[in-house]
Design a protein around this ligand. Structure first.
Ligand SMILES: [Fe+2]
Ligand SMILES: [Fe+2]
Length: 420
């Protein structure tokens, strides 16, 4: 085999090149439009990865996000190895690689340029660019053709790297990325960059909003917020499976679930330090004030045309409602008035589903974490406590969904560890 065939090819999208058919261009425009409907960065990356693979019939692919001088492994698809549940777990795998010329994705990020290889195993030993076979060896997989594309912001900064692996011919046989496939993927990467940029900025703003609450309440850390958002999104994903939604619609709703759950306690910004940071039990009057964080927070999300606002308002308002009606309410009518919270709490399925999901996610994470009023509790004991509250504090269906993905929940916990 000729050495030149295995040198990495640096390619670029050129309007005079062998660009796509009308239908591929239309498809890429349609994908770009769909991306605008997704609210969380994770959902945007997942959609781009899925559609990029479809464009070239690729068996696998990954997304890496740029964080400083490293690439953080963000999403992975592999039709040969993973079921949908495995994909979810891998989304939360915590792995990093340096941005340098020793890996395909690192090279693409470093040089801000696509890199295409026909066979990753045939990179020459004396080349700087190498392929790490350890994942293949562990998983029993054979990576062949790899195409890595930088996702570049409007200001020319590399935000992420899209890596597509093992394209298939129509016959189902492994093939290489031909010029047409490369041009299609380059165009999609270029068109999708705006959605990735918006998704990253949105995520940043959500975390800043959540960290406003953290300034007042040391329990509401960035890691807690990310974990609760991720748990809730995955629980919603399970519960939405039987609804007969399209894949796109389920993921769109899942992305709103994540955003809404991340903001569950944003109303604590309005509660005084003497209450939030009190080490002991609250007095009755203090607890009445504490309860108002639901109503005060929900008032921030009042745009009637925004679906994300509607989901977030429901979560913020109702996340302390218990399934048996013993929780404390946030009443919609209190959003306009002074907020007496004097009405009876909702019960059972009258509590909006996003709030029932967030209740499980938030309590689970709070019990496992250190709090000003308690030490962390062992996972096995927390699981037992959740089970005891089945049909009391928690919706049995939501709890079943939670336990059905307990392995993913544990992976999420490792992905977003507490700082310090
Ligand atoms: Fe709360
Ligand atoms: Fe919380």
């Amino acid at each position: 085999m000729e050495k030149a065939a295995h040198q990495p090819r640096t390619v670029w999208y050129d309007e005079t090149g062998t660009l796509d058919t009308q239908s591929t261009l239309r498809k890429i425009m349609e994908i770009t439009r769909c991306l605008r409907e997704l609210k969380s960065l994770d959902a945007i990356l997942d959609k781009i990865l899925l559609e990029a693979r479809r464009l070239v019939r690729a068996d696998a692919g990954s997304f890496f996000l740029v964080e400083g001088d490293t690439l953080v492994f963000s999403n992975v698809h592999n039709d040969s190895l993973f079921s949908e549940k495995d994909v979810a777990r891998n989304v939360y795998r915590n792995a990093k690689i340096p941005i340098n010329e020793h890996s395909l994705a690192g090279y693409a990020a470093l040089r801000n340029s696509p890199v295409i290889v026909d066979d990753a195993y045939c990179l020459e030993a004396d080349q700087a660019l190498q392929f790490d076979r350890s994942f293949d060896q562990r998983a029993g997989y054979r990576t062949r053709a790899v195409a890595s594309f930088p996702i570049v912001s409007s200001r020319g900064r590399v935000l992420a790297v899209l890596q597509i692996i093992n394209p298939m011919a129509v016959t189902g046989q492994p093939t290489v990325f031909d010029e047409r496939a490369v041009a299609s993927l380059a165009l999609l990467s270029d068109q999708a960059a705006a959605a990735v940029e918006i998704g990253a900025v949105t995520e940043d703003y959500i975390l800043r909003m959540a960290s406003l609450a953290q300034l007042r309440d040391p329990n509401e850390t960035g890691s807690h917020v990310k974990r609760v958002g991720a748990y809730a999104a995955e629980i919603y994903h399970v519960l939405a499976m039987p609804l007969g939604l399209s894949d796109h619609e389920r993921k769109r709703r899942k992305s709103m679930m994540r955003v809404a759950a991340m903001l569950h306690d944003v109303g604590k910004v309005a509660i005084s330090d003497t209450i939030l940071k009190k080490p002991g039990c609250l007095t009755k009057d203090e607890f009445e004030i504490m309860k108002t964080h639901t109503v005060l927070g929900a008032r921030l999300f009042h745009n009637p045309t925004s679906e994300v606002d509607a989901w977030t308002r429901e979560v913020v308002l109702h996340h302390h409602q218990r399934y048996d009606g013993q929780g404390y309410p946030g009443c919609s009518s209190d959003l306009e008035a002074g907020g007496s919270l004097a009405r009876a709490p909702l019960t059972g399925e009258n509590i909006p589903l996003p709030a029932r999901i967030t209740a499980v996610a938030d309590v689970y994470d709070a019990l496992l974490s250190h709090r000003i009023y308690k030490p962390p509790i062992e996972e096995s004991s927390v699981v037992e406590m959740l089970r005891e509250q089945r049909g009391r504090h928690f919706d049995p269906g939501v709890l079943d969904a939670f336990f059905s993905i307990h392995d993913i929940i544990l992976t999420i916990r490792q992905r977003y560890p507490d700082e310090n």
